[in-house]
Design a protein around this ligand. Structure first.
Ligand code: 3PG
Length: 208
């Protein structure tokens, strides 16, 4: 089933994780899982991202790992091949969406306008990433578009922190939020897995 509604129910926060060195991939995933967060959006923004994705998918079964920053059909294919459990794109085009829907795994397309929401609905999906959430209108914008399209569940991402997440999570059309704050680069590079687990624990408690 291509709709990502069930993926959005796994955690109140989806960590958006960027890993430079694949050696960090498994410990980061384990640290998040230890802190009670069972999902990762791993961005395809680094040279070795697919290697990291493969390692997490094969060695950390307790984490549901998806691929983020999908911009092209080729990246979607490579991510699916590497074991991604779901695919996330920052924005959406009809061509990319159609291609991703053919891969047989859940798809979370990024939208920022009502027209894009309507286009994704036409393709049968009701779960969407709202990106970049903070700059595109924040919680007020999501509350407003909940009136005409109440059937859509969003994962707002971009510019969200532990402090601002509750402003989104209280909305009826927000299933969870996304953010990179759980895996700060400084913590990853210092192998500070305890810090990442602590950040995950705080995030997991947001909707308990
Ligand atoms: C993303 O790709 O979803 C964003 O880069 C995450 O945004 P953030 O760093 O502001 O949390």
């Amino acid at each position: 089933m291509a709709d990502a509604t069930r993926i959005l129910q796994l955690s109140p926060v989806i960590p958006v994780v960027t890993i430079d060195d694949p050696q960090h991939a498994v410990p980061v995933a384990r640290a998040l899982a230890d802190g009670g967060v069972g999902i990762i959006e791993l961005t395809l923004r680094t040279a070795n991202a697919l290697t990291s994705l493969k390692l997490i998918a094969s060695e950390v079964p307790e984490i549901c790992v998806g691929a983020g920053t999908i911009l092209t059909p080729g990246q979607a294919d490579a991510a699916a091949e590497a074991g991604a459990a779901f695919l996330v794109s920052p924005g959406v085009t009809p061509g990319l969406l159609q291609h991703m829907l053919g891969l047989g795994i859940p798809v979370l397309p990024g939208v920022a306008t009502v027209g894009e929401v309507m286009m994704v609905l036409e393709h049968g999906l009701k779960a969407m990433k709202f990106f970049p959430a903070g700059s595109a209108g924040g919680p007020d914008y999501l509350a407003a578009i909940g009136a005409p399209v109440p059937q859509v569940q969003f994962c707002p991402t971009g510019g969200i922190s532990l402090a601002t997440a509750p402003d989104y999570l209280k909305l009826p059309n927000v299933a969870c939020v996304g953010g990179s704050w759980l895996t700060p680069r400084t913590a990853v590079e210092a192998n500070d897995w305890d810090r990442i687990s602590a950040l995950a624990r705080e995030a997991a408690a947001l909707r308990s």
